[in-house]
Design a protein around this ligand. Structure first.
Ligand code: ZN
Ligand code: ZN
Ligand code: FE
Length: 760
């Protein structure tokens, strides 16, 4: 049969995921000759054989692609016949400024877990990996993904590993982080009393003993340090909170396996998929109301009805969980408030040796810091709340020309975003740009993304807020032209970019805080917008925020502000719990601050309404973590409860009647669950009423929801239901966070469109 030769390029997530050996095996099985090669831009193949065999070869590439790979495009063309004698894998080659995708880190696979029991040189080897699993983004310093460009470069392969690495039929063929007990990285335990050991069996035994007796251990992970303790032991959890300097946040829990997890939480098939995927995020799940087993400590999630649950993803986690008596441990990031997760061994020693019982460190350096990602299933779909390990650095493919755009993101929950071709590389979760370490991490990661993805920045996008550290960084970045994007417009644009919408839509952006064009703090915005600009249609009435950021930490101040707006000074005679908690002296100061307009910026933030209600209903007066009030209210919602509160809408949306009715309910002694549910029902109705009016007026049927408030499951599901029933086309964030972690994608999208329209 007549032979021909083809040149094939495959782009997408095709490196570090066993793609070349997969191609090699396919070619050899089909009796084809030629070669396959990684370049920094894609995978190249030249192959010779009969036309029929080549057709089958190409279709089988798409059909049988390895699980962690994702093909974006296969392009092929016939070239002059080359008579190869065999099929080979060629050395990697750096060809241009284009880049291939870099794989996120992949949870250890079942085959490797089996090898840990079978292979003599990998018995209990806690860094085992293969082409289907293991560290990727966290260890890569540069492209292409070869060992010499990773933090594994300091470990020389032993002859046994080398043989596997070179053998195309081996599952570890060209597995860049390949290693074994004889040649690879190793763990070490250092206890508080100074003893240390590098024997894995001894380490596991000691950690199990410490956790079993109520101790706290710091464990170095894939993207940073974790703190661990028994999830059933109140005293241990309190000790862990102390080590983290009294962080009030709910902690994530790692369960030994999915069957145990199922006994404590409500899991549907979508959350199970998210939990067991190779990305292994923390998944927010509802606690089981009744379980025959002893309950998890109620202080680990600060009394909320949600648990951030995850399954083991590193070989070490599997070894440890199997040796523990407890079925679940707290596993939370090793860092302090506002500071990034620690990756450095020395820093971990300095900061945690005295406040924990032992440190378990290892000598594989973490190059790119990542936190555990967080997801939740809402309306049947996975939503990403924190996008980091397992998800980053996979790009978002947009319909826009993103080339050279650098979007600096928001101030809190920051991620930045870098554009290349039509792709948007959203960074891993950076955090709150208020800690010094976080700002350093931010700047370092921006330069690393530019280098790694070979981006030539030519346009900068920032939030309009003049005081955001991110905006300042953007303005001072290489004196490039700067596009300023309003915060809520960016939220909506992030969701539009995700869904490739490029037209006029109704945008509903609900969050806590975002700088508005009138200098006030916005956050309950009904916009009519496209990618270029927006018109603000309506919003909640402004109220003063006495003390600014302090009021966000002390929701009782916002409640007082509402009471004063609605009732004047007469509220001081009400028998409300919050007034007793605050005390006469303090609330009178608040009244004076409002009267004299001292540090009392105006806000329309929906999050602030939730804060106020949380305090009015005697749920949270002082926040011990971000969004505590809204989270507790959501946690109280009961879907059987109907009813809502009144409101009115003219130029803006007036909520005075709502506040009056809530105060009545509180004074009447109405149950908190009823108040919380009625508040949620009201928000759903307001959104429905307003978007219906806008549709009538403007003839727009597409509604885009974004902003942190839409991480609220009851709200998003309620609105989705109501709007869909009324024939709206509804879009909400899925692959980037609805919170400020997704803002940078929106900034980048707006900047791209403005550049295209020459409005830059
Ligand atoms: Zn594996
Ligand atoms: Zn070895
Ligand atoms: Fe926001």
């Amino acid at each position: 049969m007549e032979k021909i030769s083809l040149s094939i390029t495959v782009s997408g997530l095709v490196q570090g995921v066993g793609f070349r050996p997969f191609i090699y095996r396919k070619a050899v099985q089909s009796g084809l000759t030629g070669w396959v090669q990684n370049t920094n831009a894609n995978v190249r193949i030249e192959v010779t054989g009969s036309r029929e065999k080549l057709d089958n070869f190409i279709s089988s590439i798409e059909r049988d692609v390895p699980s962690a790979a994702a093909i974006e495009k296969i392009i092929y063309s016939e070239i002059k016949l080359v008579a190869y004698t065999s099929f080979s894998i060629r050395e990697s080659n750096n060809v241009s400024d284009d880049v291939t995708e870099i794989s996120p880190d992949i949870a250890v696979c079942i085959d490797c877990l089996e090898d840990m029991k079978q292979q003599p040189h990998r018995e209990a080897y806690a860094f085992i990996n293969c082409t289907n699993c293991g560290p990727r983004f966290t260890i890569i310093e540069n492209l292409p993904f070869d060992r010499s460009e990773t933090t594994m470069k300091s470990f020389e392969m032993c002859p046994v590993c080398r043989k596997e690495y070179d053998n195309v039929t081996d599952r570890r063929f060209h597995a860049q982080p390949i290693a074994c007990n004889n040649c690879g990285p190793e763990y070490e335990i250092i206890t508080r009393n100074g003893s240390s050991s590098k024997d894995i069996f001894s380490i596991i035994r000691q950690v199990a003993d410490i956790i079993g007796s109520g101790g706290v251990v710091l464990i170095k992970g894939l993207g940073g340090m974790h703190l661990a303790c028994d999830a059933f032991n109140d005293a241990a959890i309190n000790k862990l909170r102390l080590a983290k300097k009294r962080d009030g946040k709910p902690f994530a829990v790692m369960f030994r396996n999915i069957d145990l997890l199922r006994m404590y939480t409500e899991i549907d098939s979508a959350s199970e998929q998210s939990l067991i995927s190779w990305k292994r995020p923390i998944v927010l799940l509802e606690k089981k109301e009744t379980s025959p087993l002893p309950p998890l400590s109620h202080i680990l999630n600060s009394g909320l009805n949600l648990i951030g649950a995850m399954l083991p993803y590193m070989p070490f986690h599997h070894l440890l969980m199997e040796s523990l008596c407890t079925p679940a441990i707290v596993l939370t990031s090793g860092n302090f408030h506002n500071e990034p997760i620690i990756i450095d061994n020395e820093l971990a020693r300095k900061q945690f040796l005295s406040s924990t019982d032992a440190l378990v460190l290892h000598n594989r350096e973490i190059y790119n810091r990542t936190d555990d990602s967080v997801t939740r299933i809402i309306a049947g779909k996975e939503r990403i709340f924190r996008r980091s390990r397992g998800y980053v650095p996979a790009p978002i493919i947009t319909g826009l020309n993103t080339e050279g755009i650098l979007a600096f993101g928001a101030e809190l929950t920051n991620c930045f975003c870098a554009g290349k071709g039509n792709k948007a590389y959203l960074s891993q979760h950076i955090g709150d740009l208020q800690g010094f370490g976080t700002t350093e991490f931010y700047e370092e990661t921006i330069s690393r993304f530019i280098k790694l993805f070979r981006i030539k920045p030519s346009l900068v996008a920032v939030d309009m807020h003049p005081d955001y550290i991110s905006s300042k960084s953007g303005f001072s970045y290489n004196s490039l032209p700067v596009v300023m994007v309003q915060h809520h417009h960016a939220h909506i644009a992030s969701c539009m970019a995700e869904h490739a919408l490029d037209e006029k839509v109704i945008g509903v952006a609900f969050d806590g805080t975002g700088f508005g064009t009138d200098g006030n703090i916005w956050g309950s915005e009904f916009l009519v917008c496209d990618m270029i600009d927006f018109e603000r249609i309506t919003h909640f009435d402004y109220i003063p925020l006495p003390g600014g950021d302090t009021a966000i930490e002390e929701p009782w101040r916002i409640a007082v502000s509402w009471l004063y707006k609605v009732f004047g000074k007469s509220f001081t005679s009400f028998n409300l719990p919050l007034l007793k908690v605050a005390g006469k002296e303090r609330y009178e100061i608040i009244i004076r601050m409002i009267d004299k307009k001292i540090n009392s910026p105006l806000t329309s933030g929906a999050g602030r309404l939730f804060d106020a209600v949380a305090s009015l209903a005697d749920i949270v007066h002082f926040s011990s973590f971000q969004s505590e009030g809204p989270m507790r209210l959501e946690s109280l919602v009961r879907s059987g409860i109907k009813g809502s509160y009144p409101y009115s809408s003219r130029q803006t949306i007036c909520l005075d009647e709502l506040i009056k009715a809530i105060v009545d309910d509180v004074l009447k002694g109405e149950e908190k669950v009823t108040i919380a549910t009625k508040l949620h029902n009201t928000i759903i109705l307001i959104i429905f009423d307003i978007v219906s009016a806008i549709r009538k007026d403007k003839g727009i049927n597409k509604v885009v929801l974004s902003g942190g408030v839409f991480q609220n499951k009851y709200l998003l599901e309620g609105i989705t239901d109501l709007l869909t029933k009324n024939d709206f086309e509804l879009y909400s964030n899925r692959s980037v966070p609805a919170n400020d972690g997704g803002i940078a994608l929106g900034q980048l999208a707006v900047a791209s469109k403005r550049r295209e329209m020459k409005c830059v």
